[in-house]
Design a protein around this ligand. Sequence first.
Ligand code: NAP
Length: 448
Amino acid sequence: MLRVAVVGSGPSGCYTAQGLVQQDSSVRVDVLDRLPCPYGLVRYGVAPDHEKIKSLQNNLRTILEHERVRFLGGVHVGGSGGPSVGRLRELYHAVVYCVGAAADRRLGIPGEDLPGSWSATEFVSWYSAHPDAVDDGFVHGVRSAVVIGVGNVAVDVARMLARGAAELRRTDMPESALAALAASRVTEIHMVGRRGPSQARFTTKELRELGLLPDTDVVVDPRELALDPAYTDPSALPSAQRRNIEVLRGWAEAPARGGARRIRLRFFLRPVELLAVDGRVGAVRLERTVPDGHGGVTGTGRYEDVAAQLVLRSVGYRGVPLDGLPFDAGTGTVPHRAGRVLRDGAVAPGEYVAGWIKRGPTGVIGTNRPCAKETVASLLADVPVLVRRQVPDDSVPVLRAEGVEPVEWSGWQAIERAEAALGASLGREVVKLPDWESLRAAARGGVA
Ligand code: NAP
């Protein structure tokens, strides 16, 4: 019987497990995760007000509850207390790394580390109750926030800053984040792109949602849009970009509605420095850019300072190296051929990758399906070689003997019950447990 470990229980890990059990009736798959909770970015990245996308958890649950799939949470492969990459390789015929891209990209400008300047990932982790998140309050004393970048994560965080208390209360966000955001006095949210509107990375559905926020105006300056040659004549653009332009044009032409909050979408401005006021971030210095004719921009030497007591840098994710696994620092991915890990340019039989650590942090959740499919096909083609090696029938007793105590599916279900009970005690729906201690206690069936 083929025994496979999948490291990471987000969409790419779950789709890999699904592909394996669907195509090979003898395979058994253990899905390992550093956290005691499954689902990766679906649980800890998808915005809490995106209930429809969040409901994908139900599909992933079906995969993890398959009779030949087993969830093993709280196992930090290559990290503290967990098995090393080499040890895991000994315990399974094959290991598929689906560990995502856990770090944020840096801007590399002065002032980036001032108090009040955060990566969007840190802000998202906070309102998503990630147990490693810093509970800073983020919006306390903030009137004006700048979000740097114009991708879907930027849209998510701008929207969460503009959401009212009543809407947030319906979500599963932790009490402390809810209290902070409900008391927020943020009225100006600037979202800033270094290139033009036709090059923004957000998708139209997500962009449109900004216009549906209660008591919030979306403000776009038509003169700034017009700096983009494709704005005047968008006919040659791919349909997704053309639709974005249409939505932006609509906002640029619409009269202000007089809402209490404003989301200002800005373009052709690149951040050059974060300026301090009283030891914290107080403004962002932006340089006006112009198109260079090749899809990029050049600086003009003209600057604009935008006041901001909170800066969220939303310029993309970055993969992190896993000790013992090859890593390409340039792309932030593990080198591979059709999902087979390459060591010194040669295929390393038995080691595979899928998801963001394979192809970089792009695409929507569904993009992980074909990505996992390719990796599964490579793995199954290698089976005759893989099964030549003897591995333990069951790795859990071995891991336990080595001091690793996995949280099994029943432990995760206990966490789910504790989160439902917490929500009920607060007069809310499910409310997430936000720290390691309460998650571990709940997983043991104790009181959270
Ligand atoms: P992203 O789509 O790659 O967008 C990154 C943004 O940061 C771009 O506007 C980029 O501009 C800008 N940027 C990069 N370096 C910069 C710099 N040094 N200075 C200023 N701006 C800079 O990344 P993301 O928003 O983190 O999203 C990651 C992936 O998750 C995407 O595939 C996204 O669609 C997906 N996602 C989807 C959803 C959803 O479907 N609802 C929600 C969240 C995330 P340039 O283009 O000029 O480089």
